[in-house]
Design a protein around this ligand. Structure first.
Ligand code: HEL
Length: 396
């Protein structure tokens, strides 16, 4: 095992009254012989200095702390910068648990695609076949829901129009799935079924309803039985409607919409407004394990994984499959995973096409575009190596 200290971080968060010096670290674990023997597509070595720089930049731009972990065929790189808790000043650890937001969507999609593998669900069947009269249009299919092409309005646009008061109004609320769908259906649909991509949490609320209807179990049971336990994800939980995070975790700080206002500690909340669209708690190690297993073909048949990876172009660098994003990086490498934003936490979790390398990066703040964008530098560092840095520098 090689361990290297790459520098010392400093954070001055909006509510931090003093400058807190906290250590940042990068750790490398040598691969085991079995893992090293597995053939894989050539990727450049991760840029560990670039990884630490991305985290430092997220902290410089307002996040109290940031963590990242790369898993690469048994070799592990970890980096941290800043703090997990502004009141105690505890340095953030790469092992800290956190709320993953919409990374949850990939877990929900995996459960439904496993049900498709078991022939208990047809992706091109109308949602209303399984949930009679739930949706006002019988043409909306399961596949459209999982690819954000249903046209169902995203009710969270209204809930969080004002970031802090919107959050405080739902922080301790417990919604039923039907109440969330009803909030969406108060508004016109954004497009005809299948006609356009329009990201909406409503789709993955419907996904949760489908899971519960088809299995007769809670989404929690299905996540646990089908994913958490088989992959031994010991840091991963679905505790809805409990408000706490089990074990050791980074606290999450919501950045208010108005400049100059203090960060809001948003750690404790039901996340009932999201549930199967965004309420999972996990860690960098577990998310790396999850996406490596998924892309490596360990969770779905190759036919279902291929369907998950049929992508709709969203913008110049992003495409969306079934609960799965593709990001095309500056060095020409494409990575597969999801991003997540829930009050207090911003996450990137992606793996290479064959799952052999995975990266999770998290900043313990949200609603801060600059901090989240800085964090995306971790993707280049992880998958493009120093070539990514050279490109970033050349572009200025
Ligand atoms: S938004 C996204 C991200 N997704 C979607 C989902 C998730 N998260 C949410 O819907 C949270 C919305 C409110 C978050 C809040 C904040 O930043 O804490 N924002 C406001 O209050 C704004 N007024 C598409 C970015 C994804 O990457 O998939 O996660």
């Amino acid at each position: 095992m090689v361990s290297a200290t790459v520098g010392r971080g400093a954070v001055l968060g909006a509510v931090a009254l003093s400058l807190l010096a906290v250590p940042a670290r990068a750790t490398t674990t040598e691969p085991d012989a079995r893992a090293a023997a597995v053939p894989r597509a050539a990727l450049p070595a991760p840029d560990t200095a670039g990884l630490a720089a991305a985290l430092r930049s997220a902290v410089d731009r307002g996040a109290p702390g940031a963590l990242a972990r790369i898993d690469d065929q048994g070799r592990t790189y970890e980096a941290t910068w800043g703090v997990a808790d502004l009141s105690t000043g505890r340095a953030i650890s790469a092992d800290d648990r956190f709320r993953v937001g919409s990374v949850t969507k990939t877990f929900s999609a995996v459960v439904l695609l496993q049900l498709a593998d078991e022939r208990r669900l047809a992706l091109d069947a109308p949602v209303n076949r399984y949930l009679p009269k739930l949706l006002p249009d019988d043409r909306i299919t399961v596949r459209q829901v999982l690819s954000h092409r249903s046209g169902l309005y995203d009710y969270t646009d209204d809930l969080f129009a004002d970031s802090v008061s919107g959050f405080e109004a739902v922080r301790n609320k417990v919604f039923t799935y039907r109440q969330l769908v009803a909030l969406s259906l108060k508004k016109p649909r954004t497009n005809e079924p299948g006609a356009a991509y329009s990201y909406s949490n409503t789709n993955f609320v419907v996904a949760g309803m489908l899971i519960e209807k088809l299995t007769g179990h809670s989404v929690r049971t299905e996540y646990e039985d089908r994913i958490f336990r088989p992959l031994q994800l010991r840091d991963t939980f679905y505790v809805h409607p409990e408000t706490g995070i089990p074990g050791r975790y980074a606290r999450g700080y919501l950045t208010p919409g108005k400049a100059g206002e203090p960060l809001v500690d948003a750690t404790e909340q039901t996340v009932s407004w999201a549930q199967s669209a965004g309420a999972i708690i996990s860690s960098a190690r577990d998310l790396d394990t999850f996406y490596s297993a998924l892309l490596g073909g360990k969770l779905l048949s190759s036919a279902r994984l291929e369907e998950m990876e049929r992508f709709t172009r969203v913008d110049t660098t992003t495409s969306y499959g079934l609960g799965l994003r593709r990001r095309d990086l500056s060095c020409g490498v494409s990575v597969y995973g999801h991003t997540g934003v829930v009050q207090g936490y911003s996450t990137y979790a992606f793996a290479s096409k064959d799952g052999s390398r995975s990266l999770t990066a998290m900043a313990d703040t949200s609603n801060d575009r600059k901090a989240a964008d800085a964090l995306s530098g971790a993707l280049d560092a992880a998958f493009c190596g120093k070539a990514g840095k050279a490109r970033r520098t050349a572009k200025g």
